[in-house]
Design a protein around this ligand. Structure first.
Ligand code: SF4
Ligand code: SF4
Length: 442
């Protein structure tokens, strides 16, 4: 069945491309491109959820068994958590409201189930076409609201908890999940039978990315969030049922429409990205950085329409950068920028460039979208140049793409010379080339 995939290209990236294509087919103006995280089918976090939420909460194998009678060993399953970010437009409209959600918010919530019905059906079909058995819990007839002794309103499959398990982010004070695309998001997921690299949690602290700034407390018109007690689910539901539903139901009369409030998810520091935190630290790559780095590279390239063959997007080693760079430490190195909550903000690599004697290649320089313009890339390049000298290189060569205009300006500012495409160039997709003699630093 794997013959459906190109063995020369990163399998995870090929799967992400399937998700991206299904999203594009929705032609929705309401949601931004989704981001994906992957948890192991035998992740012990699902045992914890049975205790925390209730015995009724499915493990991935139990969800899979709702559709297939022959369920493989849980270790052969993966949970793909898919996060849909609200658009900038919706977040901007929502943050101007203080009592009731804006119309876009109400519409995105109200039409969510129908949209996910289409998305999940198409996704299951697309996976089946590649020989992958999959189950989207959102499509399961047995998926239903449940009452949890601990948490009140719940269901047999928590999309938010699956997202946390799959390394999409951490919870915030308002109980939403703060993802790389912020807290103004919605979720779906698919349990798939496919060996894929798993993303570790971004923080073992389930609230690691929340800075407890209290902005969501101030945004909540119902007093349903406090720094002391967190999110009061009952007060939140009561506000929705008694005020939001009644306010909007006058304008929108669609049978079974689900209304939501979400005022605490816009006009707050974590709305569109994890909030800014403490000082940035720079260090060598560690094994636990692998998932966050791979996501950073994929998101970075997608943002410039470079999620195409011939770029790092499909590199076989993308999900194992630590192993790749540490396999030859006399020639290679990789540095990351991390904040004090373990979020990887950027990274840069160096490796011998075989086609130009004595030169290293600068590789995989990426900085998270919300952290650009803060000097992180400059610092990473400076570190890399020192490292290249230590490794004995006399110069650095770069292959990049003209879509990456900010990077091009940065290289020029840091003394890299733009050159014509050299005969020794490697990546066909790249169209912009730089070189710098390291003696220039002395
Ligand atoms: S607004 Fe502040 S306190 Fe509330 S979830 Fe976001 S980071 Fe946490
Ligand atoms: S959804 Fe609305 S009522 Fe509920 S906590 Fe957020 S702001 Fe408050």
């Amino acid at each position: 069945m794997d013959s459906c995939f190109n063995p020369e290209m990163n399998i995870r990236s090929q799967i992400e491309k399937i998700i991206s294509d299904v999203f594009e087919s929705l032609e929705t103006e309401y949601w931004d491109e989704p981001i994906t995280g992957i948890a192991a089918g035998d992740d012990s976090y699902y045992d914890f959820l049975k205790e925390h939420i209730g015995e009724f909460h499915w493990t991935p194998a139990e969800a899979f068994a709702q559709k297939y009678s022959d369920v493989p060993d849980p270790s052969e399953l993966r949970v793909m958590s898919i996060v849909f970010p609200q658009t900038e437009n919706t977040k901007n409209l929502q943050k101007q409201e203080s009592l009731f959600p804006c119309e876009n918010w109400v519409t995105t919530r109200g039409e969510w189930e129908a949209l996910m019905g289409i998305f999940c059906e198409r996704l299951e079909r697309a996976f089946a076409a590649k020989g992958i058995r999959s189950v989207c819990p959102d499509l399961l007839a047995a998926m239903k609201p449940m009452d949890s002794d601990n948490l009140g309103h719940s269901s047999n499959w928590s999309q938010r908890h699956s997202a946390y398990a799959a390394g999409q982010g951490t919870f915030g004070l308002s109980d939403g999940l703060i993802t790389r695309k912020g807290i103004a998001v919605r979720f779906t997921s698919a349990v798939v039978e496919k060996e894929l690299p798993v993303d570790g949690r971004v923080s073992e602290d389930p609230y690691g990315w929340c800075i407890r700034c209290g902005a969501c407390v101030r945004r909540c018109p119902a007093g349903a969030i406090s720094l002391e007690k967190g999110h009061d689910k009952a007060a939140c539901s009561e506000y929705k049922d008694n005020y939001v539903d009644k306010h909007w139901a006058k304008q929108i009369k669609i049978e079974g429409y689900n209304f939501g409030c979400g005022l605490c998810q816009a006009g707050v520091p974590c709305s569109g990205q994890p909030p800014k935190q403490g000082p940035v630290n720079y260090r060598q790559i560690q094994p636990s950085d692998n998932p966050q780095l791979a996501q950073l590279v994929r998101l970075g390239l997608k943002g410039y329409d470079l999620d195409i063959p011939g770029t790092a997007y499909f590199d076989l080693q993308l999900d194992r950068l630590y192993e790749y760079y540490m396999a030859n430490p006399d020639k290679r190195s990789y540095f990351v920028a991390v904040n004090d909550r373990g979020r990887v903000l950027g990274g840069i690599g160096v490796d011998m460039f075989e086609n130009l004697h004595g030169y290293a290649e600068l590789q995989k320089l990426y900085v998270a979208e919300d952290c650009r313009g803060e000097g992180i890339a400059t610092h990473l390049i400076e570190m890399l140049e020192k490292e290249a000298v230590r490794l004995g290189y006399k110069g650095i060569y770069i292959e990049t793409h003209s879509n990456l205009q900010a990077a091009k300006r940065l290289y020029m500012r840091m003394g890299y010379r733009l050159i014509e495409r050299p005969e020794y160039a490697v990546h066909e997709t790249m169209d912009t080339f730089f070189i710098k003699e390291l003696g220039d630093n002395k």
